[in-house]
Design a protein around this ligand. Structure first.
Ligand code: WTA
Length: 663
């Protein structure tokens, strides 16, 4: 980082390895007793009634965990409930006039929108009625391709209200990505938006949605379109396209009885990247997921109803699902939602919002913190951040320097930081410190949460010694876990369980979940997550499959072969490096670089855009023809090249390294 910042972190912080919870935090924390770890271990799985107790049930469950058919675990079976009623209706009596969502649009001359629980309840009912009018029935999957507008959480809760699972597709994804996801989910309904603001520009979104719709291979019955840009953007509306405001107006004052859902009924699908080119449809259920999002919000983020809490993520990813929408609203708190980027109109936008709304907890990603650090502490210093009580990070490993900068310049050395490791598949947090109980160690997420059995093992499944690198495994089920991959139980088993389980066994003790992350553990049981060990890279906290990017590149005319790896990047954590072999007649084709970038953006979205494209006559391959990605990673990182003796074509590595070095 810059020299300026080097000076800013004095030796006192530089050398410190442990940070105990501040006394003022402990005095008010939701959990303060260390005994919870032993209690949960001894009382497992019944300990999870504590999570279920955070919810209102229509019918009580009779079994906490049904593990008779591993790995198809079921939680809180026999119970029924509705997620939207849990996030809205039950708060109305005492907290109806309290703020549920504080929405901040990007343009500074626009008024913020405040939704009390009463307001949100009303809008959700109206849109739920509208969805029914459009023909959405229970169990129909509704795709939400929407940016950070309030209508997104409204649509999610409206779907939940009528028992229609949602599948949110990140607005930054391309038209193709939308079509792939709608096809995979057989989704016949879409809610989208005309556009949104990003760094001062009005981005047109509807055209992308339309293009995506043209790639859907089944009939799409209805599309609802939120009007965010007003007259600024005129877009054609087909006959099946309906204006969101009209739909809601037609249903003004509607009262939609929340549909009673079985505990194990699907609440939503979320597509995420995996090893193959095809995204995985992660299935989450009503009771297990909602109880998990709620319990972790309370235990780790220390959320209380009277807090103003802000998770500065996008709802298009799992973090926003669990920790902007479901967890905070189930707990009846105020959740802040921001539409735009942190550097618009200036690099202090986040701090202005924290100051203005007196935010109590801030939850963001290391990539953002590294950017703040690079921009310098003068930006947060312009504002009063003393309302902050807790800070959190998620999405990728945080380096101790960035952790300490966050601690000092945002938390004023007075806020615990929770570094939370989890995944789309886990539904919520798994590894992190309980902030009122455990010391934090920068760079290490922490021990598993109480009741979570995580171990670091070698390839045979034996626990490794402290300090040695191994693989993360989860050895017992938990309520928030994915239940399967949509319509693909086989892939569910092969992706997550086969590695360390006896897949013939029906004894749950023989089943081990493999998250595909490398890790090491220290003497105190704190775990440092080292990153993915599959072909997934983590760019700015966003999970991207290298195979997806490769297939986009190979689809570009003139490209013969491509290999994509992640290389280290100061701000993004990892960046996309693409090595490309061109077809003979494309050599010297000047616009190929641009067409590759375009190809990737069209197939996935700008987040997957390569940082560097290296044209090479060959890729390093083993004698059996396998691409040696590790060497390509070394080249991307400018590191000493490892052993090349097993290569069929060792010379090529030097050639490529030189090409990269030339830039
Ligand atoms: C990585 C995001 C280190 C990890 C919630 C995981 C992390 C993937 C951390 C999941 C962390 C997430 N420290 N690595 N605190 N949090 N990861 O599904 O590689 O988008 O497997 O879920 O992000 O990404 P996903």
């Amino acid at each position: 980082m810059t020299e300026n910042n080097d000076v800013e972190l004095e030796a006192r912080l530089e050398n410190r390895e442990r940070f105990e919870p501040p006394q003022s935090f402990v005095e008010q924390a939701n959990i303060v007793d260390d005994a919870i770890y032993d209690e949960f271990e001894q009382n497992w799985p019944e300990c999870w009634t504590q999570a279920a107790d955070l919810l209102d049930w229509e019918a009580e469950y009779d079994t906490v965990l049904d593990d008779s058919n591993p790995p198809f675990y079921e939680w809180f079976t026999g119970g029924s409930l509705n997620a939207s009623a849990n996030c809205l209706d039950r708060h109305l009596e005492n907290r109806g006039d309290e703020v549920a969502i504080e929405w901040v649009g990007e343009p500074t001359d626009e008024d913020d929108r405040t939704y009390t629980y009463n307001d949100l309840h009303r809008e959700v009912n109206e849109f739920a009625a509208a969805l029914r009018d459009l023909g959405v029935g229970e169990d129909d999957i509704v795709t939400l391709y929407m940016p950070m507008v309030p209508e997104l959480p409204i649509a999610m809760l409206a779907c939940a209200r009528i028992g229609a699972p949602h599948s949110v597709v990140f607005a930054g994804f391309s038209a193709d990505a939308l079509a792939t996801r709608m096809n995979a989910a057989d989704s016949e309904f879409l809610v989208t938006c005309d556009g949104y603001y990003r760094r001062g520009d009005a981005l047109e979104h509807k055209a992308k949605a339309d293009e995506g719709l043209s790639g859907v291979d089944h009939e799409v019955s209805a599309v609802a379109v939120v009007d965010r840009l007003g007259d600024e953007y005129d877009h054609p509306m087909a006959e099946t396209h309906h204006d969101y405001d009209d739909l809601v107006a037609e249903n003004a004052g509607a009262d939609v009885e929340p549909v009673s859902r079985d505990a194990e009924d699907m609440l939503f699908l979320m597509y995420t990247s995996g090893t193959t080119g095809q995204p995985k449809g992660v299935k989450h259920t009503t009771a297990g997921y909602l109880s998990w999002a709620s319990w972790t919000s309370q235990a780790v983020l220390d959320i209380k109803p009277e807090d103003t809490y802000w998770c500065a993520a996008d709802i298009g990813w799992i973090t926003g699902h669990s920790y902007i929408v479901y967890g905070p609203l189930a707990l009846g708190t105020t959740s802040v939602m921001y539409e735009g980027t942190p550097d618009y109109p200036d690099r202090d936008r986040l701090w202005e919002i924290v100051d203005g709304y007196e935010v109590d907890q801030l939850y963001t990603a290391p990539t953002a913190i590294r950017a703040f650090m690079k921009w310098g502490s003068q930006y947060p210093e312009r504002h009063d951040l003393s309302s902050l009580r807790l800070l959190g990070t998620v999405g990728e490993p945080i380096n101790p320097r960035a952790w300490k900068w966050y601690y000092k310049h945002i938390g004023n050395e007075d806020c615990p930081i929770v570094d939370t490791w989890w995944q789309t598949e886990t539904g919520g947090m798994m590894l992190t410190t309980l902030p009122g109980v455990k010391d934090a160690k920068p760079g290490s997420a922490g021990p598993p949460l109480p009741g979570i059995d995580i171990r670091v093992v070698d390839t045979r499944g034996e626990e490794v010694d402290p300090g040695r690198a191994g693989y993360l495994t989860v050895n017992k089920p938990w309520p928030g876990m994915l239940r399967t991959l949509y319509n693909n139980d086989e892939r569910f088993i092969s992706e997550y369980w086969a590695e360390y389980s006896d897949t013939e066994s029906d004894d749950p003790a023989d089943w081990v979940y493999f998250p595909e992350d490398g890790a090491k553990i220290d003497e105190d049981g704190y775990i440092t997550v080292l990153g993915r060990v599959d072909d997934v890279i983590n760019v700015s906290g966003h999970r991207l499959g290298t195979m997806e990017i490769e297939s986009a590149i190979v689809g570009v005319q003139g490209v013969a072969e491509a290999a994509v790896v992640g290389g280290q990047h100061d701000i993004k954590g990892e960046a996309v490096y693409a090595y490309v072999i061109t077809e003979e007649d494309s050599e010297g084709n000047d616009d190929l670089h641009d067409r590759i970038v375009e190809g990737v953006e069209d197939a996935i979205g700008p987040i997957a855009r390569p940082e560097e494209i290296v044209f090479t006559p060959e890729l390093p391959k083993t004698r059996s023809g396998k691409i040696m990605r590790r060497l390509l990673e070394d080249i991307a990182n400018g590191e000493e090249l490892g052993d090349t003796s097993t290569l069929r074509n060792p010379d090529v590595v030097e050639d490529i390294a030189e090409t990269v070095g030339d830039d």
